[in-house]
Unconditional design. Structure first.
Length: 415
């Protein structure tokens, strides 16, 4: 133990906690699994406060091959690929079991558990410097180095005040994330109902009965058209070698700047055979559209896309933003998957000839736009909440840097 000029003392972690290892009950014994006790692994270390897990064990399973720890225990990842870039840390809120890739740090009374959890989180760079590679891209945080890791401590009362301040931010972030999850679920359900015509706006509904030839596809007063009726393929090559940005198509985000998204070149240096995709045109990954890889080009006046993509544009019968939401829905992902599987094209994928035969249920153009406005409003609300959460996280990081180094000690004592 050493002291510094702030009056704080420095201890090796091993003097503050007891370390305990976890394990995995036999997968071959069914009665060990699918119980009510959380069994945490690296996949569950995404939150600071730990109370649930993807897999659970029974009481018998907890007594055979793993270990139970109580609430108020720090868990830290000590083995796994994640350790090559991050050191997840969390504090348990209830009794849990855990696997052999985690270590439990059980405080001995000299350190507040939440202070310790926050301190380790704030010092991940130092922890990462202790990680070595155990082979096959697996990181390992050696127990002896973890035990000797130095922790700066004020008096216990001040530790608790610091932890309480940071927990206030944590709870606000957690509440915000729950609100985002709720709003996202509501928006997903609303999207499904609006795009299928199960929810209509006043002034638009003429005949809400389902179309007899397309059960569940939409109301009777909507139009039922092939994509080829409202769009045409466009194939314009970059024959003159224009120096344009290259886009890639992603499952969730649609078209993105390839270099920014991947952080490196993943496309050919010679782009003379690439396709030009203009603002207001669609593009989809011909061989991977069943994954939902379709995008709308609203980033640049012109850009390039791999020749392995199909580009198309719509006519005046459809609102592009509405159609994009429709084609990005899970229902159409399944339709693309089924159409790709049933295609007789020996080259594989979903070529325009088959894509153009897919049917869509279209409300009138004004109703399409009304649906689009409502769904865009939902997206903006969720985006605003995410910005607020990001701001809270930045504030928390700043507080951690100050409070856990003693720079804002007076404030900690006052609160």
């Amino acid at each position: 133990m050493t002291s510094n000029r702030k009056g704080w003392r420095t201890f090796p972690l091993g003097e503050l906690v007891k370390l305990a290892s976890g394990g995995t009950p036999s997968r071959e014994v069914a009665r060990f699994w699918n119980g009510e006790t959380p069994w945490l692994s690296a996949k569950d270390m995404k939150k600071f406060r730990l109370s649930d897990s993807l897999e659970k064990v029974t009481q018998e399973g907890a007594n055979n091959g793993t270990r139970l720890i109580g609430p108020g225990t720090v868990l830290i990842l000590v083995r796994g690929m994640t350790l090559l870039k991050d050191v997840p840390v969390g504090v348990t809120d209830r009794v849990v079991a855990f696997n052999q890739d985690l270590k439990a740090l059980i405080p001995n009374g000299k350190v507040d558990v939440y202070y310790l959890g926050f301190y380790l989180t704030a010092n991940k760079t130092r922890l990462l410097s202790l990680v070595d590679q155990a082979g096959h891209g697996t990181g390992r945080l050696p127990t002896d180095l973890l035990q000797s890791f130095e922790i700066e401590l004020p008096e216990l009362q001040e530790q608790r005040k610091i932890a309480d301040i940071l927990l206030t931010w944590d709870r606000a972030i957690e509440q915000g994330e729950k609100m985002i999850a709720t709003k996202t679920r509501i928006k997903r359900g609303l999207t499904q109902r609006l795009l299928a015509g199960r929810k209509r706006f006043q002034g638009f509904a003429v005949d809400d009965e389902a179309h007899p030839a397309h059960s569940g596809a939409g109301p009777n007063d909507w139009d039922y058209l092939h994509l080829g009726d409202i769009a045409k393929e466009v194939s314009s090559k970059n024959a003159h070698g224009k120096k344009l940005l290259v886009l890639s198509c992603t499952k969730h985000r649609g078209l993105v700047d390839s270099m920014k998204y991947f952080g490196k070149r993943v496309f050919s240096e010679n782009t003379s055979n690439y396709k030009v995709v203009k603002r207001g045109q669609f593009a989809y990954a011909t061989n991977h559209i069943e994954e939902g890889s379709i995008g709308y080009q609203d980033l640049y006046d012109e850009a390039l896309i791999s020749p392995m993509y199909t580009v198309f544009e719509t006519n005046e019968r459809v609102d592009d933003s509405f159609l994009y939401k429709l084609l990005k829905s899970e229902r159409y992902r399944h339709i693309f998957e089924a159409t790709t599987s049933g295609s007789i094209d020996q080259r594989g994928g979903l070529r325009w000839s088959d894509f153009a035969r897919i049917k869509v249920a279209l409300p009138s153009l004004p109703e399409q736009r009304r649906i689009d406005v409502v769904l865009n409003a939902c997206d903006k609300e969720i985006a605003l909440l995410k910005q607020q959460i990001d701001a809270l996280k930045r504030q928390k990081r700043g507080l951690m840097q100050k409070l856990l180094t003693g720079r804002s000690r007076d404030r900690a004592e006052l609160l």
